[in-house]
Design a protein around this ligand. Structure first.
Ligand SMILES: Nc1ncnc2c1ncn2[C@@H]1O[C@H](COP(=O)(O)OP(=O)(O)OP(=O)(O)O)[C@@H](O)[C@H]1O
Length: 499
């Protein structure tokens, strides 16, 4: 039997960057191939080559034994290739169903499709509301739409570029079951993830890419996570820093009594969170349970009553973003391209966007912007073509390192982060987590929303869980187990007067 897909010496250059350097690999029918590599190693570029959204400079592609030219995603779809991108490609003003319809053959009946979406999403355990407008969905929910859209095309080869980064533990197990079932039916799967445990759970074959080249082909089940990390980054992972006790000062306090944050909000917000300076508080929960509303209310994107949000002791719930910044608050949203950065603008221009520090009497302080941006690049080991490179030329993980670094270098008293290490490789995630712990231990208050429980347990002093807009009681991270947090995610926490 010929391989489902064979790549022979694929090379793709961007200017002086060789994103893929003579990469060869094979995937057999029904095989699940994991691709591992640090941020910027060239994984996404290679997947885009297979999906036809990037045309390689050199190399050959064979599909089911035949040489093929994949010049566009339409060519790829014709062959039976489906891809779930790391950065979603959904139209925000359309509903989930309308987006899915766009990828289906002409003449597909929308009503029949809606039925199929409901049936298949229940079957695969990937919950999708066909009539939800994408703009109103969290990243996790959008990811579910993308995955379902790919599955509905009944592909022969399914490419998943970090599909699990914002899925809950329960959804993840259901999703893995689906992938194993698809593989047993002969569907080939190429799976990119930074989560080493997932690679070991799902796949017998892993290709490690380092600096655009194949560095190793291994059976991940025969290697520990530490060994896999070392293969990928060439070094051991840094240790996570200890968290010394810090004298608490007023940091961030939020208190909700059933406010609907926007007219589209699915759930009213109920409950309290208190994050003193010198502590990290984590918000666990499945995305789509009110976390984005919580972020909107804290960041100042939406104004509420004065007392709903307090920053360093000042009531700030009705203040606009720049006034909250002046009180010491900074915010890192989950959407990197579009919200945290303007994709086509340079890193320097993006540095200017989140601070007035770089303006003097209406003039831009270009030298200062240049120095600041370069210091982010250096301190956070951001791989990029310099401070003038456009944001969208950075790999996902490197862009995230830039965004986190940009906000941390302003030394905020209160920092709120949504999915801080989403799509970031194990080495870079450890770098970001340690930078957050350092910021806490330097006397800042940090509130971290993350679907990664391991991450929350690693860095947080205290935790809350969000379920259907309600916030659980706040507990010490050491005093609760992963299993219990899992139960709380369904809203099953012990009732108190407040929660
Ligand atoms: N459109 C582009 N223009 C210029 N350089 C690019 C472009 N796309 C990717 N690159 C560069 O090519 C290299 C490989 O990037 P790629 O996105 O393939 O990495 P990756 O392994 O998928 O990383 P990540 O895990 O962070 O997503 C990086 O150095 C990146 O900056």
């Amino acid at each position: 039997m010929p391989p489902r897909l064979k790549l022979n010496k694929i090379t793709k250059r961007y200017g002086n960057t060789v994103a893929n350097n003579s990469i060869s690999l094979e995937v057999m029918p029904g095989e699940i191939l994991a691709i591992l590599g640090e941020n910027g190693a060239g994984k996404s570029t290679l997947m885009k080559v297979i999906f036809g959204s990037v045309v390689p400079d050199e190399g050959e592609i064979f599909f089911d034994g035949k040489p093929v030219q994949i010049r566009s995603p339409a060519d790829a779809r014709e062959l039976g290739i489906a891809m779930v991108f790391q950065h979603f490609v959904l139209f925000e003003t359309l509903t989930a169903k309308e987006n899915i319809l766009l990828g289906m053959p002409k003449g597909t009946d929308p009503d029949a499709l809606e039925k199929e979406i409901i049936e298949r999403s229940a079957h695969y355990g990937i919950e999708v509301d066909p009539n939800a407008v994408v703009n109103d969905l969290s990243m996790g929910e959008r990811q579910r739409v993308e995955i379902l859209r790919a599955l509905l095309t009944n592909p022969k080869l399914l490419i998943l570029d970090e599909p699990t980064s914002v899925l809950s533990p329960l959804a993840l197990q259901a999703f893995f079951k689906t992938l194993r079932q698809l593989s047993s039916e002969g569907v080939s799967i190429i799976f990119i993830t930074h989560k080493l445990n997932e690679i070991r759970e799902l796949s017998d074959h892993c290709t490690v890419i380092r600096a655009g080249e194949v560095a190793a082909n291994v059976n991940p089940k025969e290697h520990t996570e530490e060994q896999l990390a070392k293969l990928m980054i060439g070094n051991d992972l840094p240790e996570i820093l200890p968290k010394p006790d810090i004298k608490p000062l007023p940091g961030l306090e939020v208190s909700f009594n059933g406010e609907r944050v926007t007219f589209k909000s699915q759930y009213p917000l109920v409950g309290k969170i208190s994050v003193p300076r010198g502590k990290i508080v984590g918000v666990a929960g499945i995305s789509g349970n009110g976390q984005s509303d919580l972020m909107k209310a804290i960041s100042g994107e939406v104004l509420l009553s004065k007392q709903a949000v307090k920053i360093c002791g000042s009531a700030a719930g009705d203040l606009r973003v720049q006034h909250r910044r002046a009180l010491g608050l900074r915010y890192i949203p989950e959407e990197r391209l579009g919200e945290a950065t303007v994709p086509e603008m340079s890193l320097e221009a993006n540095t200017l966007l989140t601070s007035n520090l770089f303006l003097a009497k209406g003039f831009m302080r270009n030298k200062m912007i240049h120095r600041f941006t370069n210091s982010v690049i250096e301190k956070f080991k951001v791989k990029c073509g310099g401070s003038k490179a456009p944001a969208d030329s950075l790999s996902g993980g490197n862009l995230q390192k830039y965004i986190v670094g940009r906000e941390l270098l302003h030394n905020p008293k209160v920092l709120v982060l949504n999915q801080p290490t989403w799509g970031v490789d194990a080495g870079a995630a450890a770098l970001i987590r340690n930078a957050l712990i350092r910021q806490r231990s330097g006397g800042s208050a940090l509130l971290v929303v993350s679907e990664e429980l391991d991450e929350l347990f690693e860095i947080c002093d205290e935790l809350v869980v969000m379920s259907e807009g309600k916030i659980s009681p706040q507990v010490k991270a050491q005093a609760i187990s992963v299993e219990e947090i899992g139960r709380w995610m369904s809203g099953l926490w012990p009732k108190t007067e407040d929660a």
